[in-house]
Design a protein around this ligand. Structure first.
Ligand code: ADP
Ligand code: MG
Length: 509
């Protein structure tokens, strides 16, 4: 039997805000000391009252509008009642019937994944089951509770069941992450638990495999819903890689069950990373009745058309649009444009450097400006990013101004220094932020273009490598590259590579 996977996602993200969702305790994910950022409200003391954090509401609106969703002018908070030690009130304030955002879509490749809703709720505290922690009088290990995270604004996005392949989850997740970072809505770091994915997966029988494959770019509409199989919800997934592994495992497991003519149990399953398998956590029959009802301590959220428009107008260009523009406007390769546009800081830096390059008066007529912009992008995504990552520095802290970076690119384009030397200069600039010409002057790294000086180095290298010279004369062309490399090395990258090649060939004739 042939089956097609049908997958929908629920993604929780902790929002980056100054304070928590319903009180004035700090929302600080880096707080090391437990139970520091807490107050009577987020600790659930009786008689306290919540207030709405509009910074969080606005961030969800931004995300919703960026994904082409519709902001509901009327939405409402609801109580979701359940007991757990990390939930001191005995209920979570969430949104159920009237979410803040409905609809929307996100394109991955050439397919739209439809968004069903985005709503706002509060995070729970964190349970700590550390080995070596305190134990109870009967000798059992005790569990500790840290409420720093309790009440942190949490945004939940729910997609339609539009995914068909495990790889699409990663693509969607990464694109969504980029957007959240562009909007400064969240850092969305999965390892830190700032973004958490739940995967809903079912299989449906393919009656006519050929036509289904032809139609794979289409998404099912609501009429297809009744054809969908029983879904399983996968939890505890903290990376896109694990999501893909869990999906692959689950497709196999469900296929075997269906092939035996048995039924899929509607349940929640966890992912065991060391065993690389999913395991049953609870069946839906046991699922809690949350007894949702409108939160009596908060007014409904009423949002004006003006406010929606104001936020819509404030949205920055989205990463995918920027990427396309970089290809069109600056002639960047798609893969390079993707890296430059991935981070808004880097993209802004690139464009600041480009505006310098466009104003520059460059005396290399054979090098059009477009090439200069590509050169800048290559350096930024190569050595520049490498140095940035080594220092674990955000781009805003970099000592090199876009002006100085552009100047360095111009020196390379004008062949005043080689690419090799430019790398060295870039490292110096990273450390001290100086002007590139000053560094080149100080370290004596200007390009060597005197034929006599270059010839001296060549003669020295030829004398040291008689065997290579012989090989070359016997027809081994690779030997020439080796000799050029040696000359460049001897000159500390300063020799003009074009001249080195010309002179070498002439001498070796
Ligand atoms: P529940 O009420 O069990 O939470 P929902 O209908 O709210 O289920 O959907 C939750 C998520 O599951 C959504 O992302 C949705 O796209 C997805 N989903 C719904 N039905 C299916 C199905 N049959 N197969 C796979 N995913 C599904
Ligand atoms: Mg659900």
């Amino acid at each position: 039997m042939k089956y097609e996977p049908v997958i929908g996602l629920e993604i929780h993200t902790e929002l980056k805000t100054k304070t928590k969702m319903f009180c004035y305790s700090l929302n600080d994910p880096n707080e090391k000391h437990p139970n520091t950022n807490v107050c009577q409200v987020c600790m659930g003391y009786p008689g306290t009252l919540p207030t709405i954090n509009w910074e969080a509401v606005k961030k969800v609106m931004m995300v919703g509008l960026a994904l082409n969703g519709e902001v509901n002018k009327f939405s409402q908070f609801d109580r979701k009642n359940y007991f757990y030690p990390d939930l001191p009130k005995g209920y979570q304030i969430s949104q159920y019937q009237h979410p803040l955002v409905v609809g929307g879509k996100l394109k991955i490749g050439d397919r739209d994944i439809r968004i069903r809703r985005i709503h706002l709720e509060e995070d729970t505290g964190r349970l700590i089951h550390e080995a070596g922690g305190p134990s109870t009088s009967s000798g059992q290990r005790a569990t500790l509770v840290d409420f720093n995270r309790a009440g942190v604004p949490l945004m939940e996005l729910v997609t339609e069941p539009d995914f068909r392949f495990a790889e699409e989850i990663k693509k969607f997740g990464e694109e969504y992450q980029k957007i959240l970072r562009y909007l400064q809505a969240s850092d969305a770091d999965m390892e830190k638990g700032q973004m958490r994915i739940e995967v809903n997966l079912s299989l449906r029988q393919i009656r006519n495999p050929k036509s289904e494959i032809l139609n794979k770019s289409q998404t099912p509409n609501s009429n297809d819903q009744n054809k969908l199989g029983t879904k399983v919800e996968l939890k505890n997934i903290n990376s896109f890689k694990f999501a893909a592994d869990a999906i692959d495992f689950e497709i196999k497991r469900q296929t075997e069950i269906l092939d035996r003519g048995e039924k899929i149990i509607h349940e929640t399953r966890g992912w065991n990373e060391s065993k690389k398998e999913t395991f049953s956590q609870r069946t839906k029959e046991e699922e809690h009745d949350y007894r949702y009802f409108p939160e009596p301590d908060l007014p409904p959220l009423e949002i004006s058309e003006d406010m929606i428009e104001e936020i819509r107008l404030s949205l920055p260009e989205m990463p995918s649009a920027k990427e396309k523009r970089f290809v069109k406007e600056y002639g960047l390769e798609e893969s390079v444009a993707e890296i430059v546009a991935r981070d808004k800081g880097l993209a802004d830096y690139f464009e600041a450097a480009v505006s310098e390059l466009r104003q520059a008066d460059i005396d290399t007529p054979e090098k059009p400006k477009m090439k200069l912009e590509k050169l800048a992008a290559t350096f930024l995504t190569g050595d520049f990013l490498r140095l940035l990552n080594e220092k674990l520095e955000p781009i805003s802290e970099v000592l090199i101004t876009p002006e100085n970076f552009a100047e360095l690119m111009i020196l390379v384009a004008e062949s005043k220094i080689s690419g090799l030397v430019a790398k060295q200069v870039l490292e110096e600039m990273f450390a001290h932020g100086e002007d590139p010409s000053d560094i080149i002057e100080k370290l004596g790294l200007w390009q060597m273009s005197d034929a006599g000086d270059i010839e001296d180095i060549i003669k020295h290298i030829l004398k040291e490598n008689p065997q290579v010279v012989e090989d070359y004369k016997k027809g081994k062309t690779a030997s020439l590259q080796f000799l050029i490399g040696q000359v460049m090395k001897e000159s500390r990258g300063k020799a003009n590579p074009k001249m080195v090649q010309e002179i070498l060939v002439k001498i070796l004739k």
